[in-house]
Design a protein around this ligand. Structure first.
Ligand code: DHE
Length: 529
């Protein structure tokens, strides 16, 4: 009962702690054979922060799905030496090398059966941080609320809010661990929603500079999307295989088990996006070749069986269009994708680089895309080039930016770069686009500037060798471009977007990404949405 009286976040933390204590004190296997040692050590040293079930607590979840980005050797180093600027302690003096190796093997072993995160778990995890009725209905600061930047500082898991005119921080707050994907803003720029790799969704009030509410929607999450009015939020999960729909206060509306039409094969969700002209969320599935469109319009047309999610319905039946997925079935999985500005069409690629163009109105593939390597269409941007609309994206495996004609889907140009890159960014008021070579071995420190009219590289901006310079976002008017010096003692480097000269630096802890309220809410053509 005392545990039940705690706030959900405290319960999440305390439950494993108590369990761990119980385990250490009473578990008879504490003296059992050595094959039990890794589990015993896990419960003794890790469970209080990472959860008795490895689903996370104040520390991240320790499941193979959540650890894919961490090399095993690095994980062993972290167990041995701890992690600077975090609560992760060093166990090198407590555990022998082979015990650390066994603990490492344990956390990379899948939990069987796969852990569940039910609707009840989602509901129980919700935390209301402030009473919304106490929040002011206008900004508590003088800066232009539509020209704020939200900067995700991955180094110490914080978020900074910048005044985009003065280019100065106005606030900084602690975030959930490992935020990933772009934070998503409501159209008025007041609220922003963050998703963490461990499934936490945070609603933040930018006018009041306060965390309003949080909920854990999954165990391993890809990203979040929000409707412009802020009334609907969608969460794409890898673990469990669910797509979670929340209301604007982060109360659960429904958690959809993601399967193919027959309900035979379940799937992770690669990502979910909001498509305003369609009043819908659009999601791609990673293990089933389908794109789903989920209307958040309560008056949405009914969907005939055959396109819907609920395979148990009898032939000829209809379901409500509202919050029920409508399927587009394809021959190939879409892993990463880009929308045309009117959201009628999706350009997608599989991890193997198979590209296809899908029209969401006729709900089928309408063309192939001539792509190679691993195009990162999610980082795509678009502009007018010689009277035609083109899009361009980086490639995670090839040293090029690929420019595609959006009329006939042909490749206009492959612009050679220093190395495979992650992000591409521009602004309609700028003739330049900035691309990194983050995925290369020796050119991570170089940002290249592309002239959007000549399609040539015209300049290189360099950080010190060995450092990483990547991810650019423009100010609302396109005058300045802010790049991340992606180091623990890193910075935002501000460039004049015309002269390309450095203007100033703002110290930041590994600023993974930065997002301008205006550019995001206006769906500026030079930024991902
Ligand atoms: Fe991301 C956005 C997928 C690894 C930093 N990344 C996205 C989005 C997707 C995606 C689908 C768009 C979601 C959105 O904005 O709502 N990312 C993937 C992967 O599949 C991949 C390659 C492997 C993985 O581990 O999941 C991957 N991503 C990374 C990283 O390693 C990065 C560099 C560091 C990190 O913090 O994880 C990283 N991804 C980002 C960032 C964005 C992003 C900063 C937002 C870009 C933007 O400007 O909107």
């Amino acid at each position: 009962p005392r545990l039940a009286a705690l706030r959900p976040s405290a319960r999440l933390f305390a439950a494993p702690l108590l369990l761990a204590a119980a385990f250490v004190t009473f578990n008879p296997s504490a003296r059992a054979a050595d094959s039990d040692a890794p589990s015993r050590h896990y419960q003794q040293y890790c469970a209080s922060c990472h959860g008795a079930d490895r689903l996370g607590g104040s520390g991240p979840a320790l499941l193979p799905e959540n650890l894919v980005r961490l090399r095993k050797e690095e994980a062993l180093e972290v167990i041995r030496d701890g992690r600077a600027a975090t609560q992760m302690a060093a166990f090198g003096a407590t555990l022998k090398a082979d015990e650390i190796a066994a603990l490492g093997a344990l956390i990379y072993t899948p939990v069987v059966p796969a852990p569940k995160w039910s609707e009840a778990d989602i509901r129980a995890s919700r935390i209301q941080h402030v009473d919304p009725t106490t929040l002011a209905a206008k900004p508590v600061f003088d800066a232009d609320p539509m020209n704020l930047f939200v900067v995700v500082e991955g180094g110490d898991h914080h978020v900074s809010v910048l005044d985009g005119d003065k280019l100065e921080p106005i606030h900084r707050f602690a975030s959930r661990l490992a935020l990933h994907g772009g934070p998503k803003f409501t159209k008025d720029g007041r609220f922003v929603f963050f998703g963490s790799r461990d499934g936490w969704v945070t609603k933040y009030d930018l006018w009041n500079l306060k965390v309003v509410a949080e909920v854990r929607a999954g165990i391993n999450t890809r990203n979040v999307a929000v409707s412009p009015d802020g009334r609907h939020v969608a969460v794409a999960n890898y673990l469990p295989h669910t797509l979670v729909l929340l209301d604007g206060d982060l109360n659960l509306l429904k958690s959809i088990d993601v399967t193919d039409r027959e309900g035979k094969r379940s799937s992770r969700v690669s990502a979910v996006y909001e498509a305003t002209p369609r009043n819908a969320f659009v999601a791609a599935l990673k293990d089933v070749p389908e794109v789903w469109e989920i209307s958040y319009d309560p008056a949405a047309e009914e969907i005939p069986i055959g396109h819907v999610h609920d395979y148990k319905l009898r032939e000829g039946a209809f379901v409500r269009g509202y919050l029920n997925p409508r399927r587009t079935e394809l021959a190939q999985v879409l892993d990463d994708f880009f929308f045309t500005q009117d959201y009628s069409t999706v350009l997608g690629a599989s991890r193997e680089g198979v590209g296809q163009v899908v029209n969401l109105d006729v709900r089928r593939k309408i063309a192939d895309l001539p792509l190679d390597g691993m195009p990162h269409l999610g980082s795509g941007i678009t502009w007018e080039w010689q009277g035609r609309r083109v899009m361009a994206s980086t490639n995670l495996k090839a040293a090029e930016v690929t420019v595609i004609d959006l009329q006939d889907w042909s490749v206009v140009k492959r612009i050679p770069t220093r190395g495979p890159g992650f992000f591409l960014r521009s602004h309609e008021n700028s003739r330049y686009a900035f691309v990194d070579s983050m995925m290369s071995r020796d050119a991570k420190n170089i940002l290249q500037v592309i002239d959007k009219q000549t399609l040539e590289i015209v300049r290189e901006l360099k950080a010190a060798p060995g450092q990483t310079l990547a991810h650019v976002e423009f100010t609302r008017d396109g005058r300045y471009a802010l790049a991340s010096l992606w180091e623990m003692d890193g910075a935002l480097v501000v460039y004049d977007a015309q002269t390309l000269e450095e203007v100033k630096r703002l110290p930041m802890k590994k600023p993974v990404g930065k997002y301008n309220v205006w550019n995001k809410t206006m769906r500026e053509e030079g930024t991902s949405h």
